[in-house]
Design a protein around this ligand. Structure first.
Ligand SMILES: Cc1cc2nc3c(=O)[nH]c(=O)nc-3n(C[C@H](O)[C@H](O)[C@H](O)COP(=O)(O)OP(=O)(O)OC[C@H]3O[C@@H](n4cnc5c(N)ncnc54)[C@H](O)[C@@H]3O)c2cc1C
Length: 499
């Protein structure tokens, strides 16, 4: 009895658990309907899975398995998809086996780390999911101030291990986000203005490429791949491990938040755009339009001083001078605690729509037009759960040249993000329509650049435009490492086809 059948037979608890016949005394699973890379109908035969299970040590999940439903879920409930097969990898060898299986059967393939892809790229209908959540080791080397992280790790595990020895690097603001997707797209976080983006701290990656080989990429080996994975998303293969630079960082963090009324929204945004040029690198700053539980619109200015607490007030108090403060909150907490404060707000299983864009310096008449477009349309929104958020970039992020890594937005001063979210699917179409229209007002100010990790429904043209001067090199790297575009569920860069 091969491994897959025995585990599957044990786990199958639903009527859908189709053990259709017996051969030689063992239960046989049904063949699975699937789709190819190009969307054609395909079948994964029971015998194929039997052969796969001989070399694959992790769990092989089909729709008949009890663990399947939990494993196919991703963060954004908008994407209710049922893959034919989920391969839960436990090692690099498993990843190689999974990639070989995908290639040999020409299957539509998704790669999943933390499952936070806002645009649903880490799960696919009737395709194969290569699930990396079992590759979750974190090894800190305090002496060299580095950390090696499995390709399926979550941010909170890395923050905790690094902080245990007084070190940190830039990772995102919700601890259950995956290191894989966040880093490959750029990786913004509270330390970015001091230490750069997550990609700026990547020293090495190990990647299983489409041909099934494990490739190491760093500044000395496979430099083209090393360049591409730092901002080019999951286009080039499955990253089984990342090595990051860490930095000494051991402070309690002072945070503050000021609420202003809707009547002052335009003034507050103008003051924010005035203020940013004097912001120190230690400041993490966001300005968001939203509504409170009573449905009243307002603006929130939130800052965290990512440095010595005795210097915090001089910076943070200025954020309370943008208008008439209606409410304020100040606190001090450990960095690891701060990195979790948004975990509940950013919880799994809700319905989200988002668009994102990059803005340069916002000045002169353009500033007035952008502020008008942002505020006026927001006030007409149909529901409470919408936002527009400006995040201050700059600092160390902008001290890297635009072609040094694949991440192109080194001149951007702000990331602007608009979104809606809801606990139910009901009405979500209306929210999406509203989000799209809202974005149509703001997009002209962005020049077409956006953060590939927080955008949805962006077509090929927009993705290509986004990479600007880095596109040609990205196409070359893609063509070398993934000529058949196996890894296409991402901000996809198409390889050159043979003429
Ligand atoms: C609640 C929430 C908070 C967020 N906060 C931040 C933030 O603070 N800063 C920020 O920069 N972004 C943030 N984001 C955006 C985030 O960077 C992206 O959603 C990112 O794609 C999530 O990575 P993941 O591994 O969890 O996602 P997944 O859905 O698992 O993967 C996303 C994409 O990356 C690919 N991928 C993932 N891992 C690998 C790998 N090891 N090898 C190859 N390809 C891989 C997948 O195939 C997919 O295309 C946030 C998103 C959410 C939902």
């Amino acid at each position: 009895m091969h491994q897959f059948i025995s585990r599957r037979a044990a786990l199958a608890t639903t009527a859908a658990a189709v053990t259709v016949s017996f051969a030689g005394g063992r239960a046989r699973a049904a063949d699975l309907p699937a789709v190819t890379l190009d969307g054609a109908e395909a079948t994964i035969r029971d015998a194929d899975i039997g052969a796969l299970s001989k070399g694959f040590k992790g769990n092989i999940l089909t729709p008949a398995d009890a663990d399947y439903d939990a494993a196919r879920k991703i963060w954004n409930a908008m994407f209710e998809r049922r893959p034919a097969l989920i391969l839960k990898c436990t090692s690099v060898a498993d990843v190689k086996t999974a990639v070989a299986f995908a290639r040999d059967h020409n299957l539509l393939t998704a790669v999943k780390c933390g499952g936070h892809s806002i645009s649903g790229q880490s799960v696919c209908e009737r395709g194969l999911v290569i699930d990396l959540t079992g590759l979750n080791t974190v090894e800190v080397d305090a002496k060299s101030r580095t950390v090696r992280v499995g390709g399926g790790c979550l941010l909170g595990d890395v923050d905790a291990a690094a902080q245990a020895v007084g070190l940190a690097s830039t990772f995102g603001v919700v601890s259950h986000t995956g290191v894989g997707g966040l880093t490959l797209g750029g990786g913004m976080g509270r330390l970015q203005r001091q230490f750069g983006l997550a990609v700026d701290n990547v020293l090495e990656v190990q990647v299983v490429t489409a041909d099934g080989k494990l490739v190491t990429a760093n500044k000395d080996q496979n430099q083209d791949l090393y360049w591409g994975v730092r901002g080019g998303g999951g286009n080039f293969g499955v990253v089984t491990s990342f090595k990051f630079q860490l930095h000494p960082f051991d402070f309690p963090i002072t945070t503050t938040s000021f609420n202003y009324g809707a009547d002052e929204a335009k003034q507050v945004l103008a003051k924010y755009f005035d203020y940013v040029n004097e912001a120190p690198d230690q400041l993490w700053l966001t300005v968001g339009l939203g509504r409170n539980a009573k449905g009243e619109a307002g603006v929130n200015v939130s800052g965290s001083y990512m440095g010595a607490p005795d210097k915090a007030d001089a910076t943070l108090l200025k954020l309370g001078t943008f208008g008439t403060v209606k409410g304020t909150r100040t606190g001090s907490m450990a960095y690891t605690a701060l990195q979790k404060v948004a975990d509940v707000g950013g919880r799994h299983g809700r319905f989200h729509y988002a668009k994102s864009g990059m803005l340069g310096a916002v000045e002169g008449p353009t500033r007035t037009k952008l502020i008008d477009a942002t505020v006026d349309y927001f006030m007409d929104q149909p529901q409470n759960n919408s936002h527009a958020l400006f995040l201050l970039m700059g600092g160390a992020v902008n001290r890297v040249s635009a072609d040094a890594t694949a991440y192109p937005h080194r001149a951007a001063m702000h990331n602007v993000d608009v979104g809606t979210d809801s606990d139910t699917r009901e009405g979500s179409d209306a929210y999406v329509q509203w989000g799209r229209k809202y974005w149509d007002n703001i997009d002209p100010f962005t020049g077409g650049g956006f953060y590939i990790n927080s955008a949805m429904d962006d077509g090929e043209k927009r993705v290509r435009g986004n990479f600007g001067g880095n596109l040609e090199k990205l196409v070359a790297v893609k063509t070398k490492y993934d000529p058949g575009n196996m890894f296409r569920l991402n901000a996809n860069i198409k390889p050159k086809t043979k003429s």
